[in-house]
Design a protein. Structure first.
Lengths: 436, 490
């Protein structure tokens, strides 16, 4: 069949025009940006005929290409700071972005950590930027590539070898504008040999504003290092939130990444993790709480490229009203990655009559001495358990809440940082309370 | 953990170079011009003296096919099929529909004897061979050469005949049901089949009848450069039951041959169809040369309430298998089941699985799939379970395990679970079937040796699939029965 002439959507023509307009003013090598956009130029935005976007049709979801926001005024920034609630009670070093721009008044960072702003690093060709784009399986991903093309702000964080950072670093992303805008931020985190870090990441925004954040965080983790990454999506009710985590893990690393979603009209969170050293243990979890017509997609690819690594993935979705949950997980075990131990699980609770869950837990295995499993379930609350609680005198709503909380709790109970765990449990309780 | 030695040995027994059915029968065939044009479609229709409506249907499908593109989403890799270098029809000469076995070319009878398929009823009836009666429809390249036990089946009111015959004898049934499950527009290979399908079996079980014997079709590809495009249509009317078996073999050849079949099953209220396949097409040699490209569309429609369709398959043949026997669970309370063992050796590629589409209330489905990859083969399970808005209380349980033998093969799992109904409950699991020490200890303290204990536990493990096979096929599957899945991965 002949190639079909592509009909461009408003968002696709808008994005191409926007890039032409902005590219001269963006930091770094424009050729890298153009190369990243080349896939987009031929394919356009990914749609449901593209396998990886079968359940999240980005072409349909992104109606217009929003312009990046201007840097916020000091008043706006102050106001946004005051409204920020996520992880607020935790003692952490904070780096804040308002409307995709780094805010000037961020708190002091733990001693020994090196931080360079992304625009400065790009302008000066900082050597740490050599760690960018380290995960092969993320390359060519349309969302990641769009971020590369439009990348406007961000930071590079380096934790030097052997440094155990006690106080978490909190990256706050606040959307404060009242008109639609887009962001493209990139965080590069290099945790050197034997170092450890807890990184909190929160995204909050105003309801009713159709903004489009696209944020990427890249981890490069050295041997025997330990990283905990906790992400909260509390984006505004009309936002289209795209996010990507990439992780390149050395030997004997402990890496945990958890994404909790309560916000956004539509969101897609992608994780691309690759094992580069033996004896590493990675845990990638998620908890989605959706209501109304929210759509949330969790897509992850775990690449066991070396032997003797363990990965655990657990995704919990609670879907109320007519919300749509998507889980696409893929474990790849390369030919020589013997003794791999991988287990992936996606569980969904459908509370609303109109709710939908799409699960695709995929395995791709080329080694014969491995243990890999996947499980996926979806269904309503267990009637027997409900009955038991009600027979103990609990009203229906409370009994339901208890069961949902227990269901979601599994995903957050592995969080080691006590304050962060409490905080995320608070998010779950808040969601349940709002449900009534 | 790696596969145990016993498993490796058993899989080797059915390795590609052990293919037993690779012989060729010398027979004079008549064929149309090579390649596919409108004339080919007309030629086939003319040879079968078909009514105008069927020719129209074929031509529509042909025109549609010209606009379609070969699907490329599956995990199989092949150089591309040259559709203009295939014969689309091949029939033994002088075969104007044999009236009795005596009219059949003795070479063909010999062929089936070699394959162990008795076409002479008398043998079976006299108990020369100790096997129960199975009515057989033997399809040789593009035509059905013999159908046994027709008279006995007719007594029960069961219609079992080549579909080319049914078109003439029961046009109302054929016209009503043909293409009603797999429409002519369904997919590239089904559309091709709709244009050029040659023969296949037609079964109709009248209301309330339990078919008195197993029905079976044996497909044999013999002629060189010929595609086989058979079409099977089975209708189980209200409250009826039938068990249907299908077997397939082909000669050993260096070039690839295309097999693009369509199977349609319809069950009305309270009816049940059990469809079993032992697919043993020539798999190609150890270097991946030759073998059958098996692109098959099989679908059952549980149209009536409380109806049941069960697919059971043992897949060991074909260079490429692309096949997803599916159930549309339309009737309230209907049930779909899929049991599969797929074993790939040499350079075979398997992309197979099922679709369970829950449309009606209280529908249930069960999927058990075991894939074993050895040599340099790739074995993919691809399955869809979906519950639509109105499929209240739909239930699915899926279990798919795979096992690799050696480090040059691949085993993949691509399940899709789509639930649009809060009361639907789906469970998908893949047990990593390490044999539990507790079970082994229990068996051994009862006096079994370790090997025996392992075999016993493993037998219990794969019996999910094998116990679904009718007796007659269980024999063929026997050699697979004790294949251990120890060390399997989800």
């Amino acid at each position: 069949m002949a190639e079909i002439t592509q009909i461009r959507t408003a968002a696709e023509t808008g994005l191409a025009a926007l890039f032409e307009r902005l590219k001269g003013g963006l930091p770094g090598d424009v050729a890298v940006r153009e190369a990243a956009l080349s896939g987009f130029a031929t394919m356009g935005l990914p749609h449901r005929r593209v396998e990886e976007f079968k359940y999240t049709d980005l072409r349909a979801l992104m109606r217009d290409a929003a312009h990046p926001a201007e840097a916020p005024s000091p008043d706006e920034t102050t106001k946004a700071f005051a409204e920020a609630k996520a992880f607020a009670e935790i003692d952490a070093a904070r780096l804040t972005f308002v409307n995709g721009h780094r805010a000037p008044h961020s708190s002091e960072l733990p001693a020994g950590i090196e931080v360079v702003t992304m625009p400065d690093a790009m302008a000066s060709g900082h050597p740490l930027l050599g760690f960018l784009n380290a995960v092969a399986i993320a390359r060519g991903n349309p969302i990641y590539d769009l971020n590369t093309a439009f990348l406007a702000d961000g930071v590079v964080i380096r934790v030097p070898a052997g440094l155990a950072v006690e106080r978490p670093i909190h990256l706050r992303f606040l959307a404060a504008a009242s008109a639609p805008f887009s962001t493209a931020t990139r965080i590069l985190v290099i945790v050197e040999e034997g170092a450890s870090l807890t990184l909190l990441e929160s995204h909050e925004g105003r309801d009713g504003v159709a903004y489009q954040p696209n944020d990427v965080i890249e981890f490069v983790v050295g041997d025997r290092a330990k990283v905990a990454h906790l992400r909260l999506n509390a984006e505004g009710s009309e936002s289209l939130a795209l996010s990507t985590v990439t992780a390149k893990l050395g030997a004997e690393v402990v890496f945990n990444s958890l994404n909790v979603v309560v916000g956004g009209a539509a969101s897609r969170h992608q994780v691309f993790a690759t094992f580069a050293g033996e004896g590493t243990n990675a845990r990638i979890d998620g908890a989605n709480m959706l209501k109304g017509r929210q759509h949330s997609d969790a897509t992850l690819v775990v690449d066991h490229a070396v032997p003797h690594c363990t990965s655990r993935e657990m995704f919990k979705s609670v879907l109320d009203d007519s919300s749509v949950g998507v889980f696409q997980g893929k474990i790849i075990v390369r030919p020589y990655a013997q003794k791999t131990d991988g287990a992936m699980k996606s569980n969904a609770l459908l509370l609303g009559e109109g709710a939908t869950m799409n699960n695709k837990p995929e395995l791709e295995i080329f080694a014969d001495d491995v243990v890999c499993g996947h499980g996926a379930t979806c269904g309503a609350l267990d009637a027997d358990l409900l009955f038991y609680l009600k027979s103990r005198g609990l009203p229906q709503a409370l009994a339901q809440s208890l069961l949902i909380q227990a269901f979601l709790g599994e995903a957050v109970e592995s969080v080691e940082h006590e304050g962060a765990r409490e905080s995320l449990i608070g998010v779950i309780e808040g969601w349940l309370a709002a449900r009534g | 953990m790696p596969a145990v030695q016993d498993t490796i040995d058993r899989v080797k027994l059915i390795d590609v170079d052990q293919y037993k059915y690779g012989f060729e029968t010398e027979i004079e065939m008549e064929k149309p011009a090579i390649g596919l044009t409108e004339d080919t479609v007309r030629y086939i229709s003319d040879r079968k003296n078909e009514p105008a409506w069927l020719l129209e249907w074929r031509l529509d499908a042909y025109k549609r096919w010209l606009t379609m593109r070969e699907p490329d989403w599956s995990r199989v890799d092949y150089p591309g099929i040259k559709y203009d270098e295939i014969y689309y029809y091949a029939a033994p000469k002088a075969n104007a529909g044999p009236m009795s076995l005596d009219d059949i070319d003795p070479e063909i009878l010999k062929t089936y004897e070699k394959l162990g398929i008795p076409l002479r009823e008398v043998e079976a009836l006299e108990g020369v061979q100790t096997r129960s009666n199975i009515a057989v429809d033997a399809v040789f390249d593009s035509v059905s050469v013999a159908t046994t036990f027709k008279a006995e089946l007719a007594k029960a009111g069961v219609l079992f005949m080549p579909i080319s015959e049914a078109v003439h004898e029961h046009p109302e049934l054929v016209q009503k049901y043909l293409g009603s499950v797999v429409p002519a527009t369904d997919n590239f290979f089904a559309t091709l089949n709709s244009a050029v399908f040659s023969d296949g079996s037609f079964v109709y079980i009248p209301p309330g009848v339990r078919c008195p014997m197993e029905l079976s079709t044996y497909f044999r590809i013999n002629e060189r450069n010929t595609g086989q495009f058979e079409r099977t249509l089975i209708i189980a009317d209200k409250g009826s039951y039938v068990s249907y078996l299908e077997g397939c073999t082909a000669p050993r050849r260096d070039e690839n041959q295309l097999h693009a079949a369509v199977v349609e099953l319809v069950t009305l209220d309270d009816a049940e169809i059990k469809y079993s396949t032992v697919q043993n097409w020539f798999p190609g040699d150890a270097e991946g040369k030759g073998g059958i490209y098996n692109f098959v569309t099989k679908r059952g429609d549980c149209r009536g309430k409380n109806s049941i369709i069960t697919w059971t398959q043992v897949e060991t043949g074909s260079a490429i298998t692309w096949k997803y026997p599916s159930c549309i669970l339309r009737g309230d309370g209907s049930r779909g089941e899929f049991y599969s063992i797929a074993i790939s050796n040499g350079k075979q590629q398997v992309d197979s699985g099922t679709k369970m589409i829950h449309l009606g209330k209280n529908t249930t489905s069960r999927v058990i799939s075991k894939g074993i990859a050895a040599g340099r083969s790739d074995n993919t399970y691809r399955g869809l379970i979906s519950a639509h808005r109105r499929a209240t209380n739909a239930r699915n349980f899926t279990n798919c395990d795979s096992l690799l033998i050696g480090d040059q093969c691949g085993a993949h799992t691509v399940p899709y679970l789509e639930s649009n109904n809060a009361s639907a409950v789906f469970e998908h699991e893949a047990t990593t079937s390490k044999i539990s020490d507790d079970q082994k200890f229990y068996c051994m303290q009862r006096g079994l040796g370790e090997e025996e204990a392992v075999a016993l536990i493993v037998n219990g493990f794969v019996k999910d699939v094998l116990q679904q096979l009718p007796m007659e096929f269980a024999v063929e599957a026997q050699k697979l029965i004790s294949i251990s899945l120890e060390g399997s991965v989800g």
